[in-house]
Write a protein that binds this ligand. Structure first.
Ligand SMILES: [Cu+2]
Length: 406
C-alpha cells in the first residue's frame, strides 16, 4: 500500500478541522435565541421548561458519548497509522472476547438509556397531567388558520352561550394554566407554540391534550408543523398572554354580541355588503350566528373565521399579516409591513375603541380585493377565501364596517 501524498494528508487534516469548527459553531449558534421567534430552546412557561430540563442533560450525555467515541476513533486512527518503513503487509495481532470490556460496553449504554427513559417518561406524564382550575380551550385547525373555543362555564361543551369562539389568536392570562385540546376540521395539522410547549397533532375526530402556560405577558408565535396543503407555510398561530385583569376584560368583551348598527353611513353600507357577500361564510354574533347553524359555509372545513370581534386581534389570515401597526417592546411604532413583530391591538383587545390611524388598511384592503393573491388558497375546491371581485367602493365600505368590530 502506498502512503498518501503529503498534500492529500494536509487537506484531510484541514477538512477535518473545518468540520469540527463548523459543527461547534452550529451548536453554539443554535443556542443563541434572540430574534428567533420559533426557537424551542428559550422556554417561556412551565411546560416548555420541563422539556428543556430533559433536553439539556440528554444533549449533554449524548455530547460526552459523541466526543468520547469520535475522540477514540481519531486517536486510534492516528496512533496506528501507516508509518514510513513499516511493512504494508503486516497484519496486527487479533484479539477477541475481552469479557470485562464486553460486559462494560453493554451495561453502560443500557444504564444511560434507562436513565434517559425514566426522565422522558416522567416528563411526558408530567406534561399530560391536567392542572386543576385550568382554562379549557378547544383548538381546531383548518386550511389555513386556527379557531379557538373557550369552555368558560366548565360544562364540557365549547359551543354554549356562555362560551367564546374566536380565530387566529389565542388570548390567555399570564401565569395561569390553559388546558388546550387540539382537533381538526379537515386534514391533519399540528399545533406548536415552541416558547410554551412542544408540538401536538390536530387530527380530525381526535382530541389531544396540550398544556400551555406563559410565565409573563407577551406574544408567542407558532407555526403549523404538519404539512396540510397549499398554504401550510402560511398557517401560523399566535398566543397573546395578558394580565389577569386584561384577560377578564377581554372575556367580557368577547361574550358580547356585535355592537349596534354602525352610525357612520359608509360603515352602514359596508354592513349591507357584508350581509350580501360575506355572511354565507363568516359569523358575526348578533347578525347571522343563528342562521349559520342551519346552513354552514360552503367550505370543506365547514367554518370560516368568526369576525364578531375581528378588530381585537393584532394579526389576521393565519397570523401572517398585521392588522395593526406593530409596536416594539420599548413602545416605538414599527413599520406596518414588519410581520416579524406582531401587530398590536392595544386597548381594542379589551373592547376599547379602534384607532383607525394604526390599522393596517393597505393589507386589509388588498385581502378583500383578492385574498388568494396574498395567500395561496383553493377556494374553487372549498378551501380558503375566494376573490369576490369587489369594487373599490365596496372595499372601502367593508373596511369601515370591519373597523366597527371591536
Ligand atoms: Cu396546517
Amino acid at each position: 500500500m502506498q502512503r498518501l501524498p503529503k498534500i492529500v494528508r494536509i487537506l484531510a487534516v484541514i477538512s477535518f478541522t473545518a468540520v469540527v469548527v463548523l459543527f461547534t459553531a452550529l451548536i453554539v449558534n443554535s443556542f443563541q435565541n434572540s430574534g428567533k421567534p420559533l426557537t424551542s430552546l428559550a422556554p417561556e412557561g412551565p411546560s416548555a421548561e420541563s422539556i428543556q430540563k430533559l433536553l439539556v442533560p440528554v444533549t449533554a450525555i449524548a455530547g460526552i458519548v459523541f466526543v468520547l467515541v469520535i475522540g477514540a476513533i481519531v486517536f486510534i486512527t492516528w496512533k496506528f497509522r501507516e508509518r514510513k518503513g513499516s511493512d504494508p503487509d503486516e497484519f496486527p495481532s487479533q484479539i477477541h472476547g475481552v469479557t470485562t470490556l464486553e460486559i462494560g460496553w453493554t451495561i453502560l449504554p443500557a444504564l444511560i438509556l434507562a436513565g434517559i427513559a425514566v426522565g422522558t417518561v416522567m416528563t411526558i406524564i408530567n406534561l399530560n397531567r391536567e392542572e386543576p382550575n385550568s382554562i379549557k380551550v378547544q383548538v381546531a385547525g383548518q386550511q389555513w388558520w386556527w379557531e379557538y373555543r373557550y369552555d368558560l362555564n366548565g360544562d364540557g361543551d365549547f359551543d354554549g352561550p356562555e362560551d367564546i369562539t374566536t380565530a387566529t389568536e389565542l388570548v390567555i392570562p399570564a401565569g395561569k394554566p390553559v388546558q388546550v385540546t387540539t382537533t381538526s376540521n379537515d386534514v391533519i395539522h399540528s399545533f406548536w407554540i415552541p416558547g410554551l410547549n412542544g408540538k401536538k397533532d390536530a387530527v380530525p375526530g381526535l382530541y389531544n391534550p396540550l398544556k400551555l402556560q406563559a410565565d409573563e405577558p407577551g406574544v408567542f408565535r407558532g407555526q403549523c408543523t404538519e404539512f396540510c396543503g397549499l398554504s401550510h407555510a402560511n398557517m401560523r398561530m399566535l398566543v397573546r398572554a395578558v394580565s389577569s385583569s386584561d384577560y377578564d376584560a377581554w372575556v367580557r368583551n368577547q361574550l358580547k354580541d356585535h355592537a349596534a348598527d354602525p352610525t357612520d353611513p359608509v360603515a352602514a353600507e359596508g354592513k349591507k355588503v357584508w350581509q350580501a357577500l360575506c355572511a354565507q361564510c363568516h359569523v358575526i354574533k348578533g347578525i347571522n350566528d343563528v342562521k349559520m347553524k342551519e346552513t354552514p359555509p360552503p367550505l370543506v372545513s365547514g367554518v370560516a373565521p368568526d369576525l364578531t370581534h375581528f378588530m381585537t386581534r393584532g394579526t389576521f389570515a393565519g397570523s401572517i399579516f398585521n392588522l395593526y401597526q406593530p409596536v416594539s417592546s420599548d413602545g416605538q411604532l414599527l413599520p406596518m409591513s414588519d410581520v416579524a413583530a406582531a401587530g398590536d391591538p392595544g386597548a381594542v383587545l379589551t373592547g376599547g375603541p379602534v384607532n383607525t390611524a394604526t390599522v393596517n388598511r393597505v393589507t386589509l384592503e388588498a385581502w378583500l380585493r383578492n385574498a388568494p393573491a396574498l395567500k395561496p388558497m383553493y377556494p374553487q375546491g372549498g378551501r380558503g377565501m375566494p376573490n369576490l371581485n369587489l369594487t373599490e367602493e365596496q372595499i372601502d365600505q367593508l373596511v369601515a364596517f370591519l373597523e366597527t368590530l371591536n
